[in-house]
Design a binder for this molecule. Structure first.
Ligand SMILES: [Zn+2]
Length: 155
């Protein structure tokens, strides 16, 4: 099994990475964050890493000048399940293929949602238009109002 990436493997945007990790370690992460940047900058990978740091069963911290940084073990059940979402294109492809198997009436109302951890919901742009659809947002809103299944929070 290949090992999971760690924050040390993340290239670039070190100021943003440190700011996010410090917020995780201090329990001061805002309720929502918008990461923007060009394709390939690592927005999705960083999001999953921060998610692992939030939900890691071992809640590891790394000493750093100016304050500890949140980290993750990459080995616990929580980390490994979240890491299953790293290959998003493959998961979206599988979800779209499963939707294609449905009857036409169900197909229309079935939105692509990725969930490899019970407290982590990913809304990828829904093919073929690659838009976030109303049905996805409705699911997100519905999910947000229930307590986490396992961890302390939902992401
Ligand atoms: Zn972990």
């Amino acid at each position: 099994m290949s090992s999971l990436p760690s924050f040390g493997d993340f290239v670039g945007n070190s100021a943003a990475v440190i700011q996010l990790r410090r917020a995780v370690a201090n329990g001061r992460l805002p309720h929502s964050i918008l990461l923007s940047g060009p394709a390939g900058a690592g927005k999705y990978t960083l999001t999953l890493m921060v998610t692992m740091a939030l939900l890691c069963e071992r809640q590891t911290r790394e000493p750093h000048p100016g304050g500890d940084l949140g980290s993750f073990c990459g080995e616990c059940r929580s980390c490994t399940r979240i890491a299953e979402s790293l290959n998003l294109p493959a998961l979206v492809e599988a979800a779209v293929a499963a939707r294609e198997e449905l009857r036409d009436t169900d197909k229309k109302d079935t939105r692509v949602l990725i969930q490899t951890h019970p407290d982590v919901l990913i809304l990828p742009p829904d093919p073929p238009q690659l838009l976030v659809k109303l049905g996805q947002v409705r699911t997100l809103i519905h999910t947000i109002y229930s307590l986490p299944n396992e961890g302390k929070r939902r992401v």
